[in-house]
Design a protein around this ligand. Structure first.
Ligand SMILES: [Fe+2]
Length: 326
C-alpha cells in the first residue's frame, strides 16, 4: 500500500498537472489561498471632512445639472476599496439645489438619508411626503418609489447610505424609473414610518442624559427601530444615534459589521485600529469590520454621532460577533 510519505512528484509533473487544471478552469485549493483565523478588512479607517466635502458638493451643483445626473451624488471612497466607503455600504453626499427635483425611481438597494443642511425640502416615499430638516433620518427601503424636491431658497444636502455593494455582490439589483418625474403626494405627514425627526431623537437622548443614565461605556446610544417590526430600520441596515457628553470616552469595542459615522454635531476624535480620526461637525468616517474603535468627545458641548451598519445582515446569517477590549 502506498504511504502518504512515499508520494514523490517532480516539479515538472506538478507544473504539468496544474497547467491541465488551469485549462479546465479548476483550481487546486492547497496552493494560493491562505486560511485566516479572523476577518481582516480590505477597507481602512478613513475620515472625510465636511470642510472639504461641502465646497465640492456646491461645485457639483454648478458643473452638473439634474439632466446630466439623475442624482447629484459624491460617493465617498475608501482608499482601499473601489469607489465605496465600506465593504457592503456606500456613503454619499447628495445635493439638491433650490427648485430642483431628483426624479422618481425605485431600486432593490435600500437607502437612508441623514439630512445635513437645508430646511424644508422633502422626499416623497411611495406617495407620502416626508419633510427634511437637519439631523432627520429618512428611509427609502428596498423597492419603494422615491423622489426628492427642494422648494426652498437654499441648497439641501444630505448623507446617503445604501447597501448597493451588498446587493451587487448578491446579484440582486433591480432598478426602475417612474413613468413621471415625480409622484403625486398628499400634505406633509408627520408620523410617517419613513421619517425619524432629529427633534424627537435629541429629546430622547437628552431625557436619558438628565436621568444620568450610564451606558456600558458607550455614552448614550439609541437604535432607530422599524416602526412596523420593532427590529432594525431595514433588513440590511441598522441606524444609531449616540450622545457623548463633554469629556466622555467610550470603551474600545469591535464588531462583525462595517459602520459609517456622521458627526451631526460636536468635536472630538475616534481611534480606529491604529488611526486617529479627528472629527468635527458634519464629518463622515468609516470603521471597518472587526477593528477596535473608541470615541472621545473633547469639546465642551455634547457630541451627536449618527451611524449606520450592516449588523442586521451579520445577525441574520449568524455571523455577528462583538468584543469589548479588556
Ligand atoms: Fe434612489
Amino acid at each position: 500500500m502506498l504511504e502518504l510519505s512515499d508520494i514523490q512528484s517532480s516539479p515538472e509533473e506538478l507544473q504539468d498537472y496544474y497547467a491541465q487544471l488551469q485549462a479546465q478552469h479548476v483550481t487546486p485549493a492547497w496552493i494560493g489561498g491562505g486560511i485566516s483565523i479572523e476577518p481582516r478588512s480590505e477597507a481602512v479607517p478613513y475620515l472625510w471632512h465636511w470642510r472639504d466635502l461641502r465646497p465640492q458638493a456646491m461645485r457639483a451643483a454648478e458643473l452638473v445639472g439634474t439632466q446630466q445626473a439623475e442624482r447629484r451624488v459624491l460617493r465617498l471612497t475608501n482608499p482601499k476599496l473601489p469607489g465605496i466607503a465600506s465593504n457592503t455600504l456606500v456613503a454619499n453626499i447628495q445635493i439638491v439645489m433650490p427648485g430642483e427635483i431628483a426624479r422618481a425611481h425605485r431600486h432593490s438597494a435600500a437607502a437612508l438619508r441623514l439630512i445635513i443642511e437645508g430646511r424644508g425640502g422633502y422626499t416623497v416615499v411611495n406617495g407620502e411626503r416626508v419633510p427634511m430638516f437637519p439631523g432627520d433620518l429618512v428611509l427609502t427601503p428596498n423597492w419603494t418609489w422615491h423622489d426628492h424636491a427642494n422648494d426652498t431658497d437654499a441648497p439641501m444636502i444630505w448623507l446617503d447610505g445604501l447597501d448597493t455593494p451588498l446587493v451587487r455582490m448578491l446579484e440582486a439589483g433591480f432598478y426602475e424609473e417612474y413613468d413621471r418625474e415625480r409622484q403625486d403626494c398628499g400634505a406633509a405627514v408627520n408620523a410617517s414610518q419613513w421619517h425619524y425627526p432629529m427633534s424627537e431623537m435629541q429629546a430622547a437622548l437628552e431625557r436619558l442624559t438628565a436621568a444620568n443614565t450610564r451606558g456600558a461605556g458607550e455614552g448614550i446610544i439609541l437604535e432607530y427601530k422599524n416602526r412596523l417590526t420593532g427590529g432594525p430600520v431595514m433588513p440590511t441596515i441598522a441606524c444609531h444615534m449616540q450622545l457623548l457628553r463633554p469629556g466622555e470616552k467610550t470603551r474600545a469595542r469591535r464588531h462583525i459589521c462595517c459602520t459609517n459615522y456622521h458627526v451631526v454635531e460636536g468635536a472630538g476624535y475616534s481611534t480606529v485600529g491604529d488611526q486617529r480620526l479627528d472629527w468635527e461637525d458634519k464629518d463622515v468616517f468609516t470603521v471597518p469590520t472587526w477593528t477596535f474603535y473608541e470615541h472621545v468627545n473633547c469639546g465642551d458641548r455634547p457630541a451627536f454621532l449618527f451611524s449606520f451598519s450592516d449588523a442586521p445582515v451579520m445577525k441574520a446569517l449568524s455571523l455577528y460577533r462583538e468584543e469589548t477590549r479588556a
